[in-house]
Design a protein around this ligand. Structure first.
Ligand SMILES: *Cc1c(COP(=O)(O)O)cnc(C)c1O
Length: 399
């Protein structure tokens, strides 16, 4: 297949993309327009939790598309009811609002916290977030994010997101004032380079927010839906947050996200929240199918086993190449390298022949691994072997 260059140029330029057009996906493999195959360890940025083209997802799409695609969000539909019940039963939350993207779910969490502040905290509206956090690309979620430089992009920002330092409770305490309504964080900062909030920090943060009458919001867009080996990452810390957002893995690749809250916090009044596609049965039917695959004890055990394998393999590579180890939780992991050859490795991996490898370097000295959660032991070994070869190749040029 030839690339349609005029069509390609009709797409708005938003990032540097390689001149490849992906046409097919199956499991951990993608195929481009020339027929070249790529081993996919990115999976749409932790989105395709069951890999490409999983039969449970294809069946749900086919079945639901024949039944009902969208009756309008003003009416109930069966798949959204089924998915909401599953999430509520598996978590500490009582109510779910479905959204179409992680940013939109977070935008909803911010609105819900502000609404709660109006009703119960004399109009308090500030939400303490964290340096290097990533919460999405809408104006409010960019303002909530702590990416360097984002405070000046598209200025003025949405006001009211003071930034604390992750794993530093005093930095949070110092920011709390009369106007504070909530603290919001990722249990593992993903875009920042896979930096886990410690169990102690999460527990202390829950304690502090409860003491001061503040809401605790966890953005589990990347960490939720079994990515960390538990259904939700907050469960590792044994805490119960007030609000949680889900995205990415919840739809296994289709646009689906969720805003979850405890009953006492679910204070939207009619007209406060909504959206044309929110909770549509086509996407929520996929959500139900994905949920039923990933929520079994066996599936979660397998995620743990692959996680241990990946961790051990990355540590071995780190030792061999004199790097600084690895970190992460479950199947969201990063290799911390001793030099900034992340971008060179990503490119060499993509260009690898005859089969390519798709990797991600969120920082120049860091590789992030977000395979499908049902990745096999052989596939993990293959990726590690290829990575070792690529390091040999890239480092023989740059020594
Ligand atoms: C990806 C991500 C988002 C944004 O989700 P979109 O679906 O891209 O809007 C928000 N928060 C976290 C932690 C993410 O990883």
């Amino acid at each position: 297949m030839k690339i349609d260059h005029a069509g390609l140029h009709a797409l708005m330029e938003i990032t540097a993309r390689p001149e490849l057009v992906f046409v097919r996906g199956e499991g951990s493999w993608l195929q481009d327009h020339t027929g070249k195959r790529y081993f996919d360890f990115i999976q749409g940025w932790a989105v395709n939790c069951l890999g490409h083209g999983h039969p449970a997802i294809l069946d749900a799409l086919a079945r639901q598309s024949r039944e009902l695609i969208n009756p309008s969000p003003a009416f109930y539909n069966q798949p959204s009811i089924e998915l909401a019940r599953r999430i509520v039963e598996a978590s500490c939350f009582d109510r779910v609002f479905f959204a179409n993207s992680g940013a939109e779910a977070n935008e909803g969490a911010i609105k819900l916290a502000r609404k709660w502040g109006q009703l119960h905290r004399h109009g308090a509206y500030k939400i303490i977030t964290f340096d290097h956090a990533f919460h999405g690309r809408t104006l409010a979620t960019m303002s909530a994010s702590g990416k360097p430089g984002w405070d000046r992009k598209f200025a003025p920002q949405v006001e009211g997101f003071p930034k604390a330092d992750l794993n530093d409770l005093d930095s949070v305490r110092a920011l709390i004032d009369e106007q504070t309504v909530a603290v919001m964080l990722e249990p593992v900062q993903g875009e920042a380079g896979v930096i886990p909030a410690t169990r102690e920090f999460l527990r202390a943060l829950r304690e502090l927010t409860r003491e001061r009458g503040l809401l605790l919001i966890v953005d589990e867009v990347q960490t939720g839906m079994a990515r960390t080996g538990r259904l939700f990452a907050y469960q590792h810390a044994g805490i119960e947050p007030d609000i949680m957002t889900l995205g990415k893995g919840i739809g296994g690749g289709v646009p689906l996200a969720a805003l979850c809250a405890r009953e006492a916090v679910s204070c939207f009044e009619h007209g406060d929240q909504g959206g044309t596609y929110n909770g549509n049965p086509l996407m929520t039917a996929v959500g139900v199918a994905v949920f039923d695959v990933i929520s079994t004890a066996q599936f979660l055990d397998d995620v743990h086993a692959r996680s241990r394998q990946l961790k051990a393999g990355l540590n071995a590579l780190s030792g061999k190449w004199g790097m600084h180890g690895e970190r992460g939780v479950g199947l969201l992991r990063a290799l911390i390298m001793d030099r900034d050859d992340g971008p060179a490795l990503v490119e060499a991996a993509r260009k690898r022949a005859p089969e390519g490898l798709l990797l991600n370097a969120p920082r120049p000295n860091l590789l992030r691994f977000m395979p499908a959660l049902n990745v096999t032991a052989d596939e993990v070994d293959t990726m590690l072997a290829w990575l070792d070869e690529l390091l040999t190749q890239v480092r023989s040029h740059t020594k």
